[in-house]
Design a protein around this ligand. Structure first.
Ligand code: TYM
Length: 329
């Protein structure tokens, strides 16, 4: 079986963007691939975090993966910082990452503009750690949203450079983007991606928002003045709502255009809200139940880390030998 790996940062309750662009697909891929999914807590440290809050969010993020249907019987699930191989390979790969290529990362440029008071070294070498996450498990495919494709390209470049220098060590992974919904946009500024760190809560749907909140946020979604439900260039707001509706209902854009032919945006927004709320209902219910069983959560991530450590030991041992680190007998 081909190997799938992906991670998500515990910087808040996942948004509908995280769900449609990533986690929903992770759940579906479990049936056909050997999957590994983890909470990228080390990556979160590249932005200043409050310790108690980060701990709480990491536990919640793990519970959210389970609530979204990631099944520990089918997939390997763990917390990144519990598997020290990630940090170790991250260092070795940072020593094989070039200042120039890291400087070209658009996420680094965006985040350093946003956090100008804390442009730390970790923010800069973030992609080297991400490359380590992926290469440790010899992943074939990495299911991510469109904003991560540059990091995947970087990962392939680092792997290739390493393989050329030291001999074949890493499998070259490929990004695996969903056919639709790889970039869900903000409900308030549809030219911007939906993000959990948006200061305006109306701009994103959190996957734990209750029914009424979801309906209210879709009602106030920014659209255009044409009053025609059609997927067309220049209709960013409507295109985004159509994408969301299409993914959760399985309807094509054509079917959606027919369904709302002659109807106003009000009807359409309400239908999108209802469909999203229905899709997320089990997530809300499962999450509430899981957070009442901390012992189960702990046991699940403890067991996952042990297996992840064992699997990733193989790659790390090869790498250490190749770069010339003396074996620890
Ligand atoms: P993160 O935590 O920012 O996002 C998790 C996943 O959600 C996707 N995503 C979106 N997809 C569609 N529309 C959106 N508006 C949207 N916003 C976010 C992201 O593309 C991502 O797939 N660097 C990663 C975490 C990571 C990782 C890895 C991923 C660390 N190591 C190794 C894959 C493999 C990140 O910050 O994702």
């Amino acid at each position: 079986k081909k190997i799938i790996l992906s991670g998500i940062q515990p910087t808040g309750i996942f948004t509908l963007g995280n769900y449609i662009g990533a986690v929903r697909n992770w759940q579906q891929l479990q049936e056909d691939y050997q999957c590994a999914y983890f909470i990228a807590d080390l990556h979160s440290l590249t932005v200043r975090q409050e310790a108690a809050k980060l701990r709480k969010q990491s536990l919640e993020a793990f519970a959210l993966l389970l609530a979204c249907g990631i099944d520990p019987q089918k997939s390997l699930m763990f917390i990144q910082s519990h598997v020290h191989n990630h940090a170790e390979l991250g260092w070795i790969l940072a020593c094989n990452s070039l200042f120039g290529e890291l400087s070209r990362m658009t996420q680094f440029k965006d985040k350093s503009a946003k956090h100008a008071d804390n442009i730390n070294a970790g923010l800069f070498t973030y992609p080297s750690l991400m490359a380590a996450d992926i290469l440790l498990y010899q992943a074939d495919y990495v299911p991510v949203g469109a904003d991560q494709t540059q990091h995947l390209e970087f990962t392939r470049n680092v792997a290739q450079r390493f393989n050329n220098l030291y001999g074949n060590t890493f499998k070259l992974p490929e990004a695996y983007l969903p056919p639709e919904g790889a970039k869900i946009m903000s409900l308030q500024e549809p030219a911007k991606k939906m993000s959990k760190s948006d200061t305006n809560p109306k701009a994103f749907i959190s996957i734990l928002d209750d029914h009424d909140t979801i309906i209210r946020k879709f009602r106030s979604a920014v659209t255009d003045s044409e009053a025609k439900v059609m997927f067309r260039e220049g209709k960013d707001g409507i295109n985004n709502l159509m994408t969301i509706y299409s993914v959760v209902t399985g309807k094509t854009y054509e079917q959606i255009e027919d369904e709302f032919n002659g109807k106003g945006y009000g009807d359409f927004k309400l239908a999108v809200g209802e469909a999203v709320s229905e899709e997320l209902r089990p997530v809300r219910e499962n999450f509430a139940r899981l957070m009442n069983d901390k012992a189960y959560l702990e046991e699940t991530y403890r067991a996952g880390a042990a297996v992840a450590q064992r699997i990733s030991d193989r790659t790390l041992a090869k790498v250490k030998k190749k770069v010339g680190l003396l074996a620890n007998p």
